[in-house]
Design a protein around this ligand. Structure first.
Ligand code: FAD
Length: 305
């Protein structure tokens, strides 16, 4: 998934821990094989290649995930949009070679996006694209789904204490190490990653961060983030970092991306509408920013830096 997954767990022996880790990583590999737009053989690539021509009968698990992601499109008024792929490509983020698209390239990409242009038939379990050129990109939600699935496997094998993390941007905690309130996760200060903005004791919850400093490129003195505002076709500006905690990693992943696009006011509505969700935002621009807490119960440095 273009990232590093780490899993820490407690088990009765080293041998048992190795078996459990193997089962969890096999599940992550299985999810990646289904969801990766970087793999031509994935279920997502098959849907992308054929759903503009005719309805595609889809694997039940992938269908359920797409339905959930489209619901986030509805709930966020299109700020979270899994059809954003053509824009991600136009801005050079798919292959990490950032560039400024021409107005013609931009309008061509914008003509190919829109979560409402993906039609689901729940009875037939089919997906159909209502416009040619639509592509699904689960980059904003896929890692969270993989962590949720791997945690499900671990719980099914009796694990009660584990921490799963993907690339320092998504974490999922099962229980807590003995004698602690939770797994200590630091929310970094975006101006100085050695400093903490806040610290969360994560227990049976997930935490995801979307940040302008995670994937970006600098061009002509401006920093462009890989989170695109589908409503304008432009990389999101005015937001530096969004950290969300939620009951599942799918939720925290989708919400951190959505709130990054929506900003503090509209983002707060979405967080407050989601059971168990909290958020800590750093809004503004480098050198001039404010920290906004939404339902966030942990202490935080209100100044950031
Ligand atoms: P987040 O902030 O959570 O989300 C940003 C990502 O979401 C963007 O990169 C884009 O993909 C998408 N996005 C942008 N704007 C929006 C929006 N408004 N609404 C919804 N989504 C949006 N990367 C590689 O380089 N090589 C690989 O082989 C590779 N394989 C992958 C396989 C899978 C199954 C997945 C899920 C991702 C893969 N990636 C790969 C992508 C890479 O890891 C992404 O950078 C990552 O998914 C983005 O996560 P994030 O937490 O950094 O960003």
């Amino acid at each position: 998934m273009g990232t590093t997954v780490e899993i820490y767990l407690y088990a009765s022996s080293g041998e048992r821990a190795a078996e459990l880790l193997e089962a969890a990583f096999a599940e992550i590999e299985r999810v990646e094989a289904a969801l990766s737009a970087y793999r031509p053989t994935s279920e997502i690539s098959r849907i992308n290649a054929t759903a503009a021509r005719a309805p595609v009968v889809t694997d039940p698990e992938v269908f359920g995930l797409i339905a959930l992601a489209l619901d986030y499109g509805r709930r966020s008024d299109g700020a979270f949009d899994i059809t954003v792929g053509p824009l991600v490509k136009a801005w050079g983020f798919f292959r990490a070679d950032g560039c400024h698209p021409s107005p013609a390239e931009l309008s061509e990409a914008r003509a190919k996006i829109g979560w409402q242009r993906v039609a689901l038939d729940h009875a037939e379990r089919t997906i159909r694209f209502l416009t040619p050129g639509i592509e699904l990109d689960l980059g904003g939600i896929g890692k969270g789904f993989a962590l949720d699935r791997a945690a499900h496997i671990l719980r099914r094998h009796g694990v009660t204490t584990a921490l799963l993390g993907a690339g320092r941007s998504s974490y999922l905690a099962i229980g807590a190490p003995s004698g602690t309130e939770g797994w200590a996760i630091t929310v970094p200060d975006p101006s100085d990653s050695a400093r903490a903005l806040s610290e969360v004791q994560l227990r049976d919850r997930s935490l995801s961060t979307s940040g302008a400093d995670q994937k970006y490129f600098d061009l002509d003195g401006r920093r462009y983030s890989h989170v695109i505002d589908p409503r304008t076709g432009q990389p999101t500006t005015g937001m530096i970092q969004v950290t969300v905690t939620a009951l599942t990693a799918i939720d925290s992943d989708a919400l951190s991306t959505a709130v990054f696009v929506l900003g503090p006011e509209r983002g707060a509505d979405l967080i407050e509408d989601t059971a168990g969700a909290t958020a800590l935002l750093v809004a503004g621009y480098e050198g001039e920013h404010r920290v906004v807490a939404i339902e966030w119960s942990e202490a935080f440095d209100p100044r950031g830096r």
